[in-house]
Each structure stands twice: as structure tokens, then as C-alpha cells.
Design a protein around this ligand. Structure first.
Ligand SMILES: [Zn+2]
Length: 92
């Protein structure tokens, strides 16, 4: 069965209006935590995800490793779309 990330909470943890970069920490339903890095387009104000890193609080829900893996990278578009819906894009 394909993994389907479900974001239950998202919080903007840092924002740099100068370069348009901001970070979010998200929590998934399966208790996975991830840190997402976004890049905001100055002209359009739309955010684009650049990286997703799983925080090592729980084993990976996909490969079950409790150390770094790259599984979440395959879901970064899905995770970031849900995170932006929950937390929005920083305005300043
Ligand atoms: Zn994994």
C-alpha cells in the first residue's frame, strides 16, 4: 500500500523576509515529525518547498529506520501542500 502522509499540525519556526526562506515543523498523523524548508517567490508570494528532513523522534514510517533516510523526500510536495494549508505562508 502506498504511503499517504497526513499532516495534523504545522508551525512556522523561522522566517527570513530578506531572502524569502522560511521553515516549518510539521507533525504527521503517524507521529512522524518533519522540518520543511521553503523558498518564497518575491514577485508572486507563492512558496515552494526545497527540502524535507525527518526529525529523528520516531522511526521512519516507510522504511522503519530510526536514523536518517530519504523516504520523506518522495512526499515533499504532498506534505508541503498540506503544511501550507494549515500554517499559511509568512506575510512579512
Ligand atoms: Zn525511511
Amino acid at each position: 500500500m502506498a504511503y499517504q502522509p497526513q499532516v495534523v499540525s504545522a508551525e512556522i519556526v523561522s522566517n527570513n523576509p530578506k531572502n524569502g526562506l522560511f521553515e516549518m515543523v510539521v507533525k504527521l498523523k503517524d507521529r512522524t515529525h518533519c522540518r520543511l524548508t521553503f523558498e518564497k517567490d518575491a514577485a508572486t508570494g507563492s512558496a515552494r518547498v526545497t527540502t524535507v528532513n525527518r526529525l529523528l523522534k520516531e522511526p521512519c514510517p516507510i522504511c522503519r529506520k530510526d536514523f536518517e533516510c530519504h523516504c520523506m523526500g518522495r512526499f515533499k510536495e504532498e506534505i508541503s501542500a498540506q503544511a501550507l494549508q494549515l500554517a499559511g505562508t509568512p506575510t512579512a
